[in-house]
Design a protein around this ligand. Structure first.
Ligand code: ADP
Length: 401
């Protein structure tokens, strides 16, 4: 079966077409500037790359443009759009209503509508993406794969905030967690590598990208995660502050005269590595500045490593032990200095990495194990593949119809 995986943002739509018999991506691309003008960048295996400016006033037109690219004689890989057996949509937050992969129906869309209130920035584009696909491919089954789903196993004490219960009842304010599809993929891989089944395993997964989150996965199930009601909580991120003393928020608002409507933007866009280093939100730039002797860049890097270390320690406490730490996503997969910085002086927990292996992960075969000989805890670097999980879940659900 061919499965089209769609990740819809407010003005962009990323896609990958999977051949599920081979578990291979046969085409991928991105539609950008939807609602502004419109541009598609498309690549199909073995074909020349293709970029075009095509008017995309809506997500439906963007979907049409991607289907046209897939069907294009020169750049495409399909002869009939009905070769696409199913569409899988990435959904960032399903709230308390959508907690497992589901086939799209009017009831499911009504449940997704309810998430508008708690996650408007993601839900609105998701709905546009789904409706766009329904318009262009009305008979193709569509599945929602929910990022928050993997975090559903957290106990109440981990997801409940110490605020009046009434506010949870009214607004569903609680920890949802994010990057669940990635935490699930890499923790399943780690369990496979540990080779003794999920039962009894204690794993910390570190998804470190522009947005970062860390999860405690015990017996294959999440028991805690660093992101919360929104993807702002947790460790320092590219331009997000992560967890800070909540009283700092009204203090800054008053001193800097920032209204509530702009404070979210401030905490998401002007803080984090960017705010501290005053260099960049991209860790590559920050690390270049560190090497050049920039003290604020070094401080941002130190805060990042220290934050990861504290989460690993606290999650080892929460799980009463630790078998394995996993690093994934842009920073986790590509920055040896962060892995080394986060794990230095953790031998009391049984964590020791091999500096040679850590510096050369690209040359290591899977499982990319960077722990030192004799380290009680295994440390893996596992490239994440959220799209493959979405495609597999979609295929599974649709095959059972
Ligand atoms: P997103 O959360 O947007 O998916 P990514 O997982 O791509 O982000 O991670 C982006 C971060 O990872 C940036 O800080 C960037 O510096 C870092 N990064 C990405 N690729 C590389 C690379 N090849 N080498 C070093 N750092 C990288």
């Amino acid at each position: 079966m061919y499965v089209l995986v769609v990740n819809a943002g407010s003005s962009s739509l990323k896609y990958q077409l999977f051949d599920m018999d081979k578990h291979e991506v046969i085409a991928k691309g991105i539609c950008e500037r939807i609602g502004i003008d419109g541009k598609i960048t498309h690549h199909a295996a073995g074909k020349p790359d293709y970029t075009a400016e095509i008017p995309m006033p809506t997500h439906a037109q963007a979907t049409q443009a991607l289907i046209d690219s897939l069907l294009d004689k020169e750049h495409g890989c399909l002869t009939d759009m009905h070769q696409i057996g199913a569409i899988g949509h990435r959904i960032v937050n399903g709230g308390e209503w959508l907690t497992e992969p589901v086939l799209v129906s009017e009831q499911v869309l009504a449940d997704l509508e309810k998430c508008r209130d708690i996650a408007p920035l993601h839900t609105v584009p998701h709905l546009l993406g789904i409706r766009g696909c329904m318009e262009v491919l009305p008979t193709t089954p569509q599945v929602l794969v929910i990022d928050t789903a993997f975090h559903r196993t957290m106990p109440e004490k981990a997801y409940f905030y110490p605020i009046p219960y009434e506010l949870y009842r009214k607004y569903k304010i609680r920890r949802y967690g994010f990057h669940g599809t990635s935490h699930r993929y890499v923790s399943e891989k780690a369990i496979e590598y540990l080779g003794r089944g999920a039962e009894g395993t204690k794993i910390v997964t570190c998804h470190l990208g522009n947005g970062s989150s860390i999860s405690a996965v015990k017996d294959g199930k999440v028991i805690d995660t660093s992101m919360g009601f929104t993807p702002l909580e947790g460790i320092i991120m590219g331009s997000r502050c992560g967890s800070i003393d909540p009283a700092i928020v009204p203090f800054i608002m008053e001193k800097e005269n920032i209204p509530a409507s702009e404070m979210g933007n401030f905490m998401n866009k002007q803080c984090g590595l960017l705010g501290v280093s005053e260099v960049s939100s991209d860790l590559r730039d920050v690390m270049a500045a560190v090497r050049a002797g920039n003290k604020q860049a070094k401080l941002a890097y130190d805060i990042l490593c220290y934050g990861i270390k504290k989460y690993i320690g606290s999650y080892a406490a929460a799980m009463n032990g630790l078998d394995c730490v996993v690093f994934t996503a842009g920073i986790g997969e590509n920055t040896p200095e962060v892995r080394a910085g986060a794990l230095e002086e953790m031998d009391y927990l049984g964590i020791r990495i091999d500096p040679e292996k850590n510096a050369n992960v690209k040359k290591l075969p899977a499982p990319c194990d960077i722990s030192a000989d004799g380290s009680r805890v295994r440390v893996y670097v596992i490239p994440t593949n959220e799209e493959l999980v979405i495609a597999s879940d979609t295929e599974k659900l649709v095959s059972a119809l």
